[in-house]
Design a protein around this ligand. Sequence first.
Ligand SMILES: [Fe+2]
Ligand SMILES: [Fe+2]
Length: 343
Amino acid sequence: MISPHSIAFSTVLQTPNQTVRPDNPTVQNGLKAERKENIEMNHQFTYQATLAASEKINWRVEDIIGGERRLDFTRPFLPESLARVEPLSFLSPSEKLTLNQIRGHGYLYIFGLVEEFILPFVLDHARPQLHGDDYRVRALLRFAGEEAKHIHLFKTFREEFEAGFGSGCTVIGPPQEIARAVLSHHPLGVALTIAHIEWMTQRHYTDSVADDQNLDPQFKSLLKHHWMEEAQHAKLDTLMVEALGETCSDADIEGATEEYLQIGGLIDGGLQQQVQFDLESFSRATGRELNDREREMFIKVQQQAVRWTFLGSGMTHPNFLATLEDLGQGSRARVEQIAPAFC
Ligand SMILES: [Fe+2]
Ligand SMILES: [Fe+2]
């Protein structure tokens, strides 16, 4: 469906053609030591505390969906701040509800998709540490196990959705191809992307979902349970970024920040394609063919809606920006310069 090579961020970004790796021969031991001293840690996160918090949570997929726990298709699935269906005033209330649910399905799918690259990345990060700090190893392996559970959770919800929605929803992919394209980037760029995604999940729940009494209770329960475990992941991401940052030269940090933005471009290209698919899915579900002016409005509003949902809300999260600031090398300013296009 989407080819990573065909996706460019060029309309928004000017990125230098630079690729760096942690094993870059210009990174000498002295530089690494200096880097470690220069990274400030403006947080209290530890592997031990994160592991303890995770062990208290422990829900199962079967506790959240399946059996009597069914989706209610008379209710919206996503909060309006993410779905942005209300500005489409030419749609009837029931058509807006259908579009909200299509966006809810897309939300499940995109999260399942990004977790396809988070899981192997965390495992790869944990493997060299297997004989190191026990809390660190256990916290990272638990992180990976929870991410595998989330992939299962999102798949199960999608099966429930497909059984009850009444028509098919087209999606981008395949996830493995997108995961391969993301993982080909600098590890620090990938770790920043993962930190962005997991702080973004926190924001979605606390800012938009927790106080919304109108949402389908099962879908809200999914978002709540995901949020509970992602709270630990976001802290572990911060520690992963710091650990990788300590192995990088200043030039590596700059290059990895650009690679984070390139991954954002890859995701943005996929999201723009997904909006086109959502329009097709909407017409299929409702039988309504929009005229040219309505189609143009639909695409414009929904493009910005998905950009805010998956990009802007992460790029501007205060804790993510603090992590960029700790890395130095103008990383925070570089991202803040780009972020308004996605808000
Ligand atoms: Fe997750
Ligand atoms: Fe996660």
